[in-house]
Structure formats: C-alpha cells, structure tokens
Design a binder for this molecule. Structure first.
Ligand code: ADP
Ligand code: MG
Length: 701
C-alpha cells in the first residue's frame, strides 16, 4: 500500500559509465545511491545573459567568460603572481592570483574549458583578479549547456574532475536520470502544507533545481526543498521532545520548604525580575512528572549561579541530591567555593570531586556521595562520564552549555539516570540554533542584568600603544582595583604560548609592575597551585592575575575591574566576550583593552571592532556565527544532526520558523502523525531520522 520511490536506493554503480573508480570518488562526496545523486544540488548557476565573449568585454562590469586554458605560469615581480591565459575564439584574457601560487599551478590544465566569473579590469588586455571559476571539462560540445539559459554548476573536486565528473559530467549523469524519473517522483510533503505555503511540487522542484526554466522557478524550487529539509528535521526534534514529555519517569519535587526563603533573605541583594521569572519556570518543571530539560540562557554576569543554587535546594529539600558540572576544574572549584559559602550556613553539605585529589580524600568523598550524606556534588563532566554512584540523584546542572551537547545528555539517560536537567549557558545561542541543536530543550532567558552594572568600556589597540594601557593599569591598581592580563593558549602552539605567557609574566614583574603583587595562572599547573593563586586573587592578596585562558568562564571576582587581553587578534569572538565577562561584575566602572599584534586579517579586525562596539552577548554571537558559520559554532557537526543539503541555518531563519511551527503542530496531533508516516518513509530528507522516531508512540496521542 505504501508507495515509495525505491529507485532512490539503487547504488550508483548500476548506472552505465559508472565503474569502480567513479563509484569510489562519488562515495567520498557522499553519493552512494541514485537518491544521493538526485539530491546533489548545483553549487551555483550561470546566467547565460551575463556570459560575454572576450572581445565584447567592458571595464568594471561583472561578467562570466567561457574559455579554454592556453597558458599559465608564475610571474615574478614586486608581488609574485600566478597568471592563467584563456582564449574563447574571439580574444585572450588573463586571470591573476596573488596567493597559493603553486596550488593554482597544479590544478589547471592546458586545453580545459572554464567558466570564469568576476569583475573585468584592463591591464594591457582584459583581466580578472581572483575570479570564481568552474571547470567545464576538455570539450564543451553536445550538452545542455549550449541550449539552456541557466547552466547549473556542480561542486566537484580534483579526483572527480580527473574522472570526468566535472560540472558537465554531473549534468550528464543527472540529466538523463531526471528525464526518466523526474516527472513521476512521488510527492513527499503533506498536501495541506503545499497549498498553504504555495510550495512547488517535488517533481517540478527537482527538475528546476537542476535545470531551471527561469530564475523565478529556480527560486521556488529552492524554497520548497529547503522547506522540506527543515520540516523533517523539525519533525524529528518535535517527536524527540514529545517522547520526553510523554514519559512519566520524571521526579516530582513536591515540597518547597524554608531553606530557600532563608537563603534568599540572607543574600546581600534582591533577585532580579528575570531571575524570579526563570526560577518560577524551573519550579513548574520540577513539580511536574515530566523530566525537566531546560536551557537557561543569560549573558555573562546576569546571575545564573544563584538560580542554580536555588534549583538545587528544591531537589535537596525533596530528599534528592544535585550535581553541578562545570567545563573545567578551575571553574568547578570556583562554584564549589561560592556554593559552600552560601550553603554551609543552612547545613547543606556540598562536596567537590575533581581529579588530582588524593586517593583517601577521593574515597571518602565517593562514599559520602553514595550514602547520600553529600547533598550537592560539584565537579566536571567526569562526574557523569566516570559513572560516580549517587544515592539519589535528582537534578543535574550543566554550566556552560556549549561544551555539553546532545550526546553527553544522552549518556546520562543511558546510564539509567533520569534526573531533571538544567543547562546554563552564557553564550547566547542564536535563534536558528536554539531551534535546531537545542531544539528539544525548553528555553528560559535571563534578559536582565542586576541593577547598578555599568557597561564595560572596551577598546582595541595596537601593540605600540600597550605601554599607555599598562600605565593606566598601574594607576588604577594603586587606587585599589584588581586586573587580569590574559594570554592566548592554543593547543597546536601550546608550548610556545605557555612560554610567551610565563616570559611576559617574569618581564612584567621585574620591570613595569615592579612592586605590585602579581600571580600567574595556567592550565599546566597542579590544581592546588591553581587554587592557591585563584584564592589569593579573590581575597585581594594579588593585584594582577596574569593568566592563559583558564579563566575564560565563570570566575567571579567583583573587585577586578580591569582586563588586558594580549594577542586579542587570536581569540574568537565568543571567547573574548566570555573573557570580558570576568570584569564588570560590581558597580564600579570596568575597562577592557584588547591588544592586537602584527598585520590583522579582515576577520580579526571585524572581531575587535565588534567587541569595542558591543557589550551585548547576543549581538556578538550573531556576528560570530556569520564569521564562522554554524558548523564551527558549538560544533553543530558533532550534534547528531544530518548535514543540511540545501537549507542554510543562518540565511533561512524565516523558512525554519514556519517549518518548525508546522512540524510541532503535526506532532501534537496523533491523526496527522499517522498520515505523515508514509511521507516520512518516502522523503529523502528524512532518511537520517527515520529509525529514530517511534511513530506508534506518537500516534497513541
Ligand atoms: P553568571 O551569569 O555569569 O554566571 P554569576 O552568577 O556569577 O553570573 O553572577 C555575577 C555576579 O552578580 C556575582 O557576583 C553575583 O553574586 C552577582 N549577582 C547575582 N544576582 C544578583 C542580583 N540579583 N543583584 C545583584 N548582584 C547579583
Ligand atoms: Mg556562571
């Protein structure tokens, strides 16, 4: 009864002309089946109307030229460059590259045809600098490319090229396949959505994405395919969330006792409105028998710690234990001290479990955790990974979300633990990502800073001006302020970075900051040493803390109002924002100086400017996402989602939003779910999610 396009699963090697070599090369780019081939979409399209003959070019226009390579080589000069000479039967044109010279030398071949696009210049002849190009093969005759107005260009690579699978090669594979099957492709989207959003039917979309009849039709084809791709992804997320909500396995934390009231009354401040709202949302979740899975998003300094503490008290008052996990040991220690100070006076027993504690201590800690004598356990992710045995674990708090993804959360569940989970992040998650990777979490936002905070004054400077900044630091420290000086530490260059930091430390101590109390902190130190240095800084026994990025998250010393970031050009945006969050924690004016060295790349400059302009973590994350792309950002790639074929998590927010709403509506309705099952089996975009969804459960209502 269920109709499916089975041919989509046919291996590509069954096509004529596809031998073992091509099969291998195709597999490397993810093409194993005819379905993969059909869903291998063009990278860009050439508009025939912008194609010029070389003898008709004009200066400063954007044009595409189709021509054959006749000569090439590296030309020495004030700046060495790679020159490529092409000819199209009417005239010659040169193309120039100023970098990666040997690479270009390697990849082009005399006699091959190229489509070159770029701005036209004139230097004794027509020229393009760093053109975009696509390789059209050794001959241009005999395919669609001569007749259609819009020419699809496919992604390719050197290996595929060698085997004749350049853009033209792909057109020749996909063209006939579409001719044979294209018009009869079975629809994969619900009719109601096709109507409501005026989506182009699948068959038509497939024909037009590969061989567009017009740019308008192409646009509609792309829109429809993006919609479908995001729709099935969201269906998966929605179903995941529904499974979770249908589960009654969550703990019901019924009781609210006196402890919280006593704690809150003892605080030196009022909770902000945002903190109260979020706490209310958390409490509602915890009372409920559905397991909580909530993300608390709050910019650095918004006061997440106290929210965590109060939530943990709810668990403890109901006879459960709570665990708080931090991404680094230093941060775990920080939390431990903060928590202990708050909780000792109400007789809540808090313990710290990290590496480097001696065996005897560790054993007695583990015993206390297992017996339930320890109410609250602070540690790193090792707490979960190493399977520490709890007496009755009711709540897990994960601090700094971006290092604790979907996968780690799954580990918790696999261990048979079903505690409520509260994830806290300072890194604002752009909307597109909170709708995807974190799409199964409920989100609360701490959108208010404690009163009396002054925005941090941030400037970026070049190394020449550094002395001025250090002079300013000296004056401020003399009048009682404390300062951080941060050095980068990157894994690949770890040794030399560490040396640079320690050398500078010694130099500063002996020259510029002679007579001041300096401390050094880096990741290679033993944890007692780190603890001692951090403790001294916290108590005001040190004026200046020189550190590598170990202080990145969570450190809380309100009297520290100055920060200098050395080699700021090497830091990512989110990381810099996190770092900066170490100052501006009290009511005094704070300053942050970003010192850049050497020639800056365009991106580095953009990062520094963004930091100087904005204190708003959300805006900063947005720019970061634009610069780095979603794959890098928070490691989307490791998050267990299929790689997107056509939709773009940054650009397609609007489509994503609608697709998400529709998916969630459908998942909420057992009857619609039932009807969707067929489409789920059929859609190519749903292939990764199929075996992860239990439709029977969904259709039970
Ligand atoms: P983050 O959200 O970055 O983890 P913290 O929880 O470390 O922020 O809080 C930052 C600082 O603000 C701490 O010193 C904390 O004691 C203080 N703080 C938290 N909530 C409030 C509040 N409602 N009013 C004033 N200060 C607060
Ligand atoms: Mg924090």
């Amino acid at each position: 009864m269920m109709q499916t396009d089975y041919f989509l699963k046919t291996p590509v090697e069954q096509l004529r002309n596809i031998g073992p070599q091509k099969t291998k090369a195709l597999e490397k780019v993810g093409i194993k089946t005819l379905g993969d081939l059909l869903y291998y979409f063009p990278r860009r399209y050439l508009d025939r109307s912008t194609i010029f003959k070389i003898n008709q070019l004009r200066a400063d226009i954007e044009a595409t030229v189709i021509a054959q390579v006749v000569n090439m080589g590296v030309k020495k000069g004030r700046r060495n460059r790679f020159l490529l000479i092409v000819y199209d039967g009417t005239a010659y044109m040169s193309c120039v590259w100023f970098s990666r010279l040997s690479y270009w030398q390697r990849i082009f071949h005399k006699g091959e045809w190229l489509a070159l696009s770029g701005k036209i210049g004139y230097f004794g002849g027509w020229q393009m600098v760093h053109p975009e190009f696509d390789r059209l093969g050794q001959a241009t005759g005999g395919d669609t490319f001569h007749t259609s107005k819009i020419i699809p260009l496919y992604p390719s690579n050197e290996q595929l090229n060698k085997l004749g699978l350049d853009s033209r090669g792909f057109r020749r594979l996909i063209g006939p396949l579409l001719k044979q099957k294209g018009d009869s492709l079975l629809e994969t989207m619900p009719g109601s959505l096709l109507n409501q959003y005026k989506l182009m039917p699948l068959a038509e979309s497939m024909n037009n994405i590969h061989f567009p009849e017009s740019f308008t039709r192409l646009h509609h084809a792309r829109r429809r395919l993006k919609f479908e791709e995001l729709f099935f992804m969201q269906l998966y997320i929605a179903s995941y969330k529904k499974h979770r909500q249908q589960s009654n396995a969550g703990i019901v934390f019924r009781k609210v006792g006196d402890l919280i009231r006593i704690l809150v009354e003892s605080l030196p401040f009022e909770l902000t409105r945002a903190q109260k709202t979020v706490l209310h949302e958390i409490h509602e979740d915890m009372k409920n028998h559905k397991p909580m899975n909530r993300l608390i998003q709050g910019d650095v300094g918004s006061g997440k710690t106290i929210v965590a503490v109060i939530s943990m008290l709810i668990a403890v008052e109901n006879g459960y234990q709570a665990a708080m996990m931090a991404p680094t040991e230093i941060l775990a220690e920080q939390h431990y001290f903060t928590l202990k100070k708050l909780l000792d006076r109400i007789d809540i027993h808090t313990v710290l479990l990290i590496g480097g504690q001696n065996q005897q201590t560790r054993n007695s800690l583990l015993a206390g955790i297992e017996s339930g004598e320890a109410h609250i356990v602070v540690g790193t992710h090792a707490l979960i990974q190493e399977g520490v045995a709890f007496h009755k674990l009711g709540l897990v708090i994960v601090d700094e979300q971006h290092r604790f993804g979907v996968l780690q959360r799954a580990v918790l569940r696999q261990k048979g633990l079903n505690p409520d989970v509260l994830v806290m992040t300072a890194t604002p998650i752009p909307r597109t990502l909170s709708m995807t990777i974190y799409g199964d979490l409920d989100v609360s936002v701490l959108d208010e800073m404690p009163a009396g905070r002054k925005p941090i004054k941030t400037r970026w400077i070049r190394e020449e001006q550094r002395v001025k900044v250090y002079r300013f630091l000296r004056d401020q420290v003399k009048s009682g302020a404390q300062a951080y000086i941060v050095f980068p530490l990157v894994e690949e260059t770890e040794k030399s970075d560490l040396k640079a930091a320690t050398d500078s430390f010694t130099a500063m101590q002996n020259t510029f900051f002679e007579g001041f109390r300096l401390g050094l902190l880096h990741g290679r130190m033993k944890s007692e040493e780190k603890e001692a240095v951090m403790g001294a800084f916290k108590q005001g026994d040190l004026d200046i803390l020189v550190s590598t990025t170990v202080i990145e998250v969570g450190v809380d010393v309100p009297n520290a109002t100055l920060m200098v970031v050395e080699h700021a050009e090497r830091f990512g945006l989110t990381q810099m924002h996190q770092l900066r969050g170490r100052v501006g924690r009290g009511s005094k004016q704070s300053y942050c100086y970003l010192v850049a060295y050497g020639t800056l790349t365009e991106e580095a400059e953009k990062r520094l400017q963004t930091m100087a302009r904005s204190n708003d973590g959300f805006k900063i994350a947005q720019v970061d996402l634009e610069i780095r792309g979603p794959g890098e950002f928070f490691g989307v790639r490791q998050s267990g989602f299929a790689e997107l074929k056509i939709a773009d998590l940054i650009k397609d927010v609007q489509v994503l939003k609608v697709a998400r709403e529709e998916a969630f509506t459908i998942i909420g309705d057992p009857q619609q779910c039932h009807r969707l099952k067929v489409l789920f089996q059929r859609s190519y975009f749903a292939r990764f999610y199929r075996d992860k969804i239990d439709f029977d459960l969904l259709t039970q209502g």
